[in-house]
Ligand binder design. Structure first.
Ligand SMILES: Cc1cc2nc3c(=O)[nH]c(=O)nc-3n(C[C@H](O)[C@H](O)[C@H](O)COP(=O)(O)O)c2cc1C
Length: 350
C-alpha cells in the first residue's frame, strides 16, 4: 500500500492506494484545479473509488464538487452529519457511504477504521486510522499550529478529552491533518487534548469610561470583590489587547461589566469584549452590570440584553447612575459587588 501526499500552502489531501484507492480530504475551492491535476498525476490514469471527508467544511470540501465531476464513480465517505453538510453545499444527490463509528473500510492491502469524534471543532468531525501505516487522518481535529488547541479546540474540551482517550487506544505513529504539517508528537498532542482546565476562583471587572465616572465605579466594584477575598483583575477595555481580555473573561468564575453610554450605545470596545466571549463554555457564567450615563443609559441596557441572550447568568439588575455616583449610590454598588462576590464563592466547584 501507499500514501501519497498532495498539498499547497498547508492545504492538504492524501491518496491511499491498496487494491482500491481513496482520496482523503479535499482542498479549498481555489485549489480545486490543482487538486484534480495532482490526483490525476498520482493515479496515473487510475480512478479513486472513494473520496473521504473527515469533516465537511466549505474549505475541506472546496474541491469536492470538481473532483466528483472528474471521477463520477467515486463514492463520498463522511459521517452522517458530514453527508448532510455536503448535501446542503452541493444541493444535489450523490453516491455516498455513511462512516459509522469503528467501521472498517477495506482497500485491499490497506484499510481505514473510522472514529466519529464530533465537535472538534466541526459538528461532523471524524478521523480515519490506517493500521498498516499507523497513520491517523484527522481533518481539522488536530493541526500542527502551536496555538490550535487554545484558539480553536478549547471550547470543546469534553469532546477533545473523549477523542484523546479513544485515540490513545490506537497505535499512532503520525497524524495527517487537513491543514498544516504532519504531527509526530502523538503523546504530546493527546495529553494537551485531555488536560483538565485549571479552574481557580477569580473575578474580572471590565469597564469603558470616557470621563472617569464609570471607571470610579469599576474601581469600587473590583476593590469590594477583592475585599471579599477573591482574586480580582480590573481592565480598562479601551486599549487593552483583545486576546488578554478574552482570556480573562473566559477563565474567570464571574465578571462585572461597566459601561458609559455614547450616542445611545455602549462603546465599541465593550462590544468587542462581550462578543468575543466563549459562548460554548461561558453559558451560565455569573455577571453583573453597572455604568454611568447622562440621561437614558442605553449602553447598560443593551449590554444587559446581549449578555442575557447568550446565556450569561445576570446578577440582579444593572446599577446605572447619572454622571458621578453619589455616596448613596456608592454604597448600593458596593453592596451589589459584595453580594456578587458571595454568589461567585458559591459557584466554587461547579
Ligand atoms: C458624545 C456623547 C454622547 C452621549 N450620548 C449619551 C446617550 O445617548 N445617552 C446617555 O444617557 N448619555 C450620553 N452621554 C453622556 C455620558 O454617558 C455621561 O457623560 C456619562 O457620565 C459618561 O460616563 P464616563 O465618565 O464613564 O465616560 C453622551 C456623552 C457624550 C460625550
Amino acid at each position: 500500500m501507499q500514501i501519497k501526499y498532495i498539498g499547497k500552502n498547508g492545504d492538504n489531501s492524501y491518496i491511499i492506494s491498496g487494491e482500491k484507492t481513496a482520496v482523503v480530504e479535499c482542498m479549498k475551492h481555489e485549489n480545486a484545479a490543482y487538486h484534480i491535476k495532482a490526483v490525476e498525476a498520482a493515479l496515473d490514469g487510475g480512478e479513486p473509488d472513494y473520496i473521504i471527508l473527515d469533516h465537511v467544511s466549505p474549505d475541506n470540501a472546496g474541491s469536492a464538487e470538481a473532483l466528483m465531476q472528474r471521477y463520477g464513480g467515486a463514492r463520498i465517505i463522511a459521517s452522517a452529519a458530514g453527508i448532510k453538510n455536503l448535501s446542503e453545499m452541493l444541493n444535489r444527490d450523490f453516491d455516498y457511504i455513511l462512516a459509522k463509528d469503528d467501521m472498517t473500510l477495506e482497500l485491499g492491502g490497506a484499510s481505514l477504521i473510522f472514529k466519529i469524534l464530533p465537535n472538534l471543532p466541526w459538528t461532523d468531525s471524524m478521523a480515519a486510522y490506517c493500521p498498516e501505516e499507523r497513520a491517523l487522518f484527522c481533518g481539522s481535529i488536530f493541526n500542527s499550529d502551536s496555538g490550535y488547541f487554545k484558539n480553536v479546540i478549547s471550547p470543546y474540551r469534553d469532546y477533545a478529552k473523549n477523542a484523546a482517550d479513544r485515540l490513545r487506544e490506537l497505535d499512532i505513529l503520525k497524524i495527517f491533518p487537513a491543514y498544516g504539517g504532519e504531527i509526530t508528537d502523538i503523546s504530546g498532542v493527546l495529553d494537551e487534548y485531555s488536560e483538565p482546565e485549571e479552574r481557580k476562583l477569580s473575578a474580572a471587572v471590565f469597564y469603558a469610561s470616557h470621563y472617569g465616572y464609570t471607571r470610579e465605579m469599576a474601581e469600587a466594584v473590583a476593590a469590594e470583590i477583592e475585599g471579599c477575598g477573591m482574586s480580582t483583575r480590573l481592565f480598562d477595555v479601551c486599549g487593552t489587547d483583545l486576546a488578554e481580555l478574552k482570556d480573562a473573561i473566559d477563565s474567570c468564575t464571574g465578571f462585572a461589566v461597566g459601561t458609559d453610554t455614547v450616542n445611545r450605545n455602549a462603546p465599541e470596545d465593550i462590544w468587542r469584549l462581550i462578543t468575543a466571549i466563549d459562548m460554548v463554555n461561558g453559558r451560565g457564567k455569573p455577571c453583573m452590570i453597572f455604568g454611568s450615563c447622562g440621561w437614558s443609559g442605553e449602553g447598560v441596557y443593551l449590554i444587559e440584553r446581549f449578555l442575557k441572550s447568550i446565556g450569561m447568568k445576570l446578577f440582579k439588575k444593572p446599577l446605572l447612575v447619572k454622571f458621578r455616583m453619589s455616596g448613596d449610590e456608592r454604597e448600593k454598588l458596593e453592596k451589589l459587588a459584595a453580594d456578587f462576590a458571595k454568589e461567585l464563592s458559591g459557584s466554587e466547584g461547579e
